[in-house]
Design a protein. Structure first.
Length: 201
């Protein structure tokens, strides 16, 4: 099913309900990025990214919490990124979408805490996947070659532990945590320039 379409999100939810399965955890991991100048990329590609990375994630959260509020339990793990902490020239919509995920997750975590529902935003840095290839990056593995990047399983395990502990926002990896905190003190002009250089490596 194409999860950029709201009717398909609803279909997935209804199918799960029809099986009689009681869902305790929701993991929103569907999403993608894209490399290139904003004006050079087809609008349909931007729209798909906005729909999948933000609207679909939000709609799944909305649907499942309707079931969880009466029973006062449930856990959500939303996959954000360290991209959430700075603008990303060359991947502008993707970085903005991850900033949305981080902000949205923290807000609804506060709203739902009185119902015993936790929401965790997981912010990994680069991971050894085919993300760069799918994102049509010029040098998809270039910025990874000198970095010790985790395997997907390591990130999954970290995110699962954080969700089970009810953490609201977590950053995977010591270096990623350091950089995410450091960007708060870098002048915005410098930060955007640095971000552009890293993305276009």
């Amino acid at each position: 099913k194409d999860l950029t379409k709201p009717e398909n999100v609803r279909f997935v939810y209804d199918e799960i309900k029809d099986t009689g399965i009681e869902v305790d955890y929701l993991v929103n991991n569907a999403g993608f990025g894209d490399f290139g100048h904003f004006s050079d990329t087809e609008w349909e590609r931007h729209e798909q990214m906005i729909d999948l990375n933000m609207k679909t994630l939000s709609y799944f959260c909305y649907l499942f919490v309707q079931d969880w509020i009466p029973r006062k339990s449930g856990k959500i793990l939303n996959i954000a990124s360290t991209a959430a902490f700075q603008p990303g020239p060359g991947m502008s919509v993707y970085f903005a979408s991850k900033a949305y995920v981080a902000s949205f997750s923290q807000a609804i975590a506060y709203e739902f805490q009185k119902y015993g529902i936790t929401v965790t935003a997981l912010c990994p840095g680069p991971v050894r996947t085919n993300f760069g290839i799918a994102a049509r990056m010029q040098h998809p593995n270039g910025f990874l070659k000198d970095m010790k990047t985790p395997l997907p399983g390591e990130v999954v395990a970290f995110g699962y532990r954080a969700m089970m502990k009810g953490k609201t926002l977590v950053i995977q990896g010591g270096l990623n945590k350091f950089v995410a905190n450091l960007v708060r003190f870098i002048p915005r002009k410098w930060l955007i320039t640095l971000s552009a250089k890293v993305i276009s490596w």
